[in-house]
Each structure stands twice: as structure tokens, then as C-alpha cells.
Design a binder for this molecule. Structure first.
Ligand SMILES: [Zn+2]
Length: 404
């Protein structure tokens, strides 16, 4: 059975992680378009060229390396990203692109040409540093929202300033958009960033989909007044009005089997000697099932209004469901490699979420020790990294045969 080269994968991971490495903390600092990020991207492009891939950089800055196929078919793409959050880890994104390269290397060294061309994609600015996440895959598969270039990036400078410095024309990113059906399938290997696999001793996570995310602004009005001179029975305290919503959101999550969080609450005017006159609560709900979110949303509105608050939807990110045929191919490869697996949703966004708009897409996860990510402590054993890459390779062979 065809397998990737573990030593080479480790050495590629090590080489990439020299860029942006903070020796004092162990953290990775390849924040999109900083010097380390650009150096890492060019290093990765060079590795792809060395392997004989044809490399192009699209109008959004994504690097795409193509290993030619034997038939005139749309490509099967394998990808992820090399940028990190500030003080991030060594595996988030990095594993996906180095494993993609390892799969093509295994094919090349065994002199195997698949029917489909294989693309290795290193997406640009996946982390939410450019006024939102998945910048490169959004440009490739969906299109960037109007006004995106004027949004503040992570450091407060506008996004267009970062893009221009990286040689990307902010007005020209539309040219990166690919048509629906122009890619045959998309695979993304990623670390789990949670504790399910490691907790259960499972080797591989077959991702069923990426959860939909909905955020709401719940506002409660009262009357700000002196905290010393206003008797208790004469108060209209906005925070007291809002208080039950905290338990209500938790109960609503349990009732609908979703996750829901109040992660932000602002009390105005916010002084210790003033009765709160206004409380703004941001509630968030996530689930793979849109219909369940609809029902939970309905409950949230009723509860908020019954407490005397007002309800408004702030944002909605649709859930993404992974392609069933691709999931089956992953399961088959797990069986062939005698690796255990379980199905699970992804609670975080990834490039696959965008790619699903133009082609069947799937993700597979490998265990994260301690469930930790976006931290210098992020760790996945080489054995697990190799397992993930081998499952991706095995399923790629199945899909190449099935889709032709
Ligand atoms: Zn990632």
C-alpha cells in the first residue's frame, strides 16, 4: 500500500516552522503577510517546484502547485494554510500543506500519475487577521465581501495596506475566483483543535461538517441613576433585567443539543456607583444543523422579549456539510491502514468551508494533545501526522478512480 515518507514530513514541518519561530516562547508568528509568513510561503513554493509541480500564485496570493494527471479532468485539491495567529502553534494549517506535499511526493516517487491532476494549495491569510478568517479560500471559492479592503486588520491598519505590501492588488482579487465544478474535490487534513480524538484514543476524525455560527445582540434598557440615593423599589436596573438570560442561553443549548455562549456583555455606563442603564449581551450559537439553529433562535427571541429585552441577529455563517462520498473514501482508507476513526463536527472554520461552495469537500482530523491549539503548546505526534497524511493519500486514490 502506498504510504508517505515520515522522515521527510517531519523535516518539512521543521523547516517550515523555522519561519516566525519565537525561541523564547516556542510560539509561531507567521501572521498573514508579515516577513516570516512571506518567507514561509516562498519556501513552500520552492518545495513544490522542486518536486516538479507547476506553481502559480493567484490574484489573492494563494499558492497552487499542480501535479499533472493522465486525463483531461478537473483537479483534486489538497490544501490548508501556513499563516498562524500571533504566538500560534506548529501544526494548525502547517500539517495540512506539508501532508499534501507528502502525498504528491509519494505518488511521484512511486511513478504514479493519477487520472486527475492533483493540486496542492497553500491558502493565504486563513487565520482571522485580515478583518475576518479564510481570506484566500473566500476569494477563490466565494468572493470577498464589498468593502473588505478598508476593514481594519489585526494590527489596526487597513487590510489593503497589508495586501499591497505583499504584492496583492486589493482591487484585483476577484480574478482569483474559480467556477463551480472547476475543482473535482477538496481534501483538508487538520489537527482537531479539541479533545475528542485524544480523549477516546481514536486515530482519525472524519469531519461531518463545519458548524454554522449565528450571533445575536440582546439589549436590555433600564434607567441609569444614583446607586446610593435610589431606593431598591424605585429602580429600573438593566443588568437585573438581563441577568436571567445567562442561564436561559445555557438551558437553551442543552435543550437543543447545540453549543451556545454569552462571551461578551457590556454594562453602561459601567460605573460602580451608577445603576446600569443599558446592557448589551452578545450571544452565539453553533450547530451543524440549520433547522436546529432556527428553532433555538426562535426560543432565544421569545426568551429575550419576555425578559423585556430587544433581539437582533448580528451575523450568520452557514453550516457546511462534508461530502458523503469523500467521507466514505476516508473511512475506507482508515480500514486499509487499520486505523480507528470516529465522525465529528468541526467547531472552528477552515478553508474547506469556503471550498465547499465550488466542489465536494471533506476534512479529516488527527488528535491534538490536550486539545490545545492557537498556542505554543499545540502538539500532535509524528505518528498521528503520518497517519493523517496516509489516510488522505489512500482516499485520494479511491476518489481518483471513482470520479473519473
Ligand atoms: Zn487552521
Amino acid at each position: 500500500m502506498l504510504k508517505i515518507n515520515p522522515t521527510q514530513l517531519q523535516s518539512d514541518l521543521d523547516a517550515l516552522n523555522q519561519f516566525g519561530h519565537n525561541a523564547a516562547t516556542g510560539g509561531m508568528n507567521r501572521v498573514a503577510y508579515n516577513e516570516a509568513d512571506m518567507q514561509a510561503r516562498r519556501w513552500f513554493d520552492a518545495q513544490m517546484r522542486e518536486l516538479g509541480l507547476t506553481v502559480r500564485i493567484d490574484a489573492a496570493g494563494n499558492s497552487i502547485g499542480t501535479y499533472a494527471g493522465s486525463q483531461n479532468l478537473p483537479p483534486i485539491a489538497l490544501g490548508s494554510h501556513t499563516d498562524t495567529v500571533p504566538e500560534g502553534g506548529k501544526y494548525d494549517g502547517t500539517l495540512g500543506v506539508t501532508a499534501a506535499l507528502a502525498c504528491v511526493r509519494a505518488l511521484k516517487e512511486a511513478n504514479i500519475r493519477l487520472q486527475h491532476p492533483i493540486e496542492v494549495i497553500n491558502f493565504t491569510a486563513e487565520e482571522a487577521t485580515m478583518g475576518g478568517g479564510t481570506f484566500g479560500s473566500l476569494a477563490m471559492a466565494i468572493g470577498l465581501p464589498t468593502g473588505y479592503a478598508d476593514k481594519p486588520a489585526w494590527d489596526g491598519r487597513p487590510v489593503h495596506a497589508h495586501l499591497s505590501a505583499a504584492g496583492i492588488d486589493p482591487a484585483g482579487t476577484r480574478a482569483a475566483k474559480r467556477a463551480v465544478g472547476s475543482v473535482a474535490a477538496y481534501f483538508e487534513l487538520h489537527i482537531e483543535q479539541g479533545g475528542n480524538l485524544i480523549g477516546e484514543g481514536k486515530d482519525i476524525g472524519i469531519v461531518e461538517g463545519i458548524v454554522g455560527i449565528r450571533r445575536y445582540l440582546l439589549a436590555f434598557d433600564g434607567d441609569a441613576n444614583h446607586a446610593g440615593t435610589t431606593p431598591m423599589h424605585l429602580r429600573n436596573d438593566a443588568l437585573v433585567k438581563a441577568a436571567p438570560i445567562i442561564h436561559a442561553v445555557r438551558d437553551l443549548a442543552l435543550k437543543h443539543s447545540i453549543v451556545a455562549t454569552i462571551g461578551s456583555m457590556s454594562v453602561k455606563p459601567g460605573a460602580s456607583n451608577v445603576i446600569p442603564g443599558r446592557v448589551d449581551v452578545v450571544a452565539e450559537m453553533r450547530s451543524l444543523k440549520g433547522s436546529v439553529l432556527d428553532a433555538a433562535e426562535h426560543d432565544l427571541q421569545n426568551i429575550t422579549e419576555s425578559l423585556g429585552g430587544s433581539y437582533a441577529r448580528m451575523s450568520i455563517k452557514e453550516e457546511m456539510i462534508c461530502d458523503e462520498q469523500l467521507q466514505q473514501a476516508l473511512v475506507m482508507a482508515c480500514g486499509e491502514l487499520c486505523l480507528s476513526h470516529r465522525y465529528l463536527p468541526s467547531g472552528a472554520g477552515h478553508d474547506a468551508m469556503c471550498m465547499a461552495a465550488i466542489c465536494p469537500s471533506v476534512m479529516l482530523f488527527v488528535p491534538s494533545v490536550g486539545g490545545i491549539s492557537h498556542s505554543p503548546k499545540e502538539f500532535t505526534s509524528l505518528e498521528d501526522c503520518v497517519n493523517g497524511a496516509n489516510v488522505m493519500l489512500g482516499s485520494l486514490l479511491h476518489i481518483d478512480a471513482q470520479l473519473s
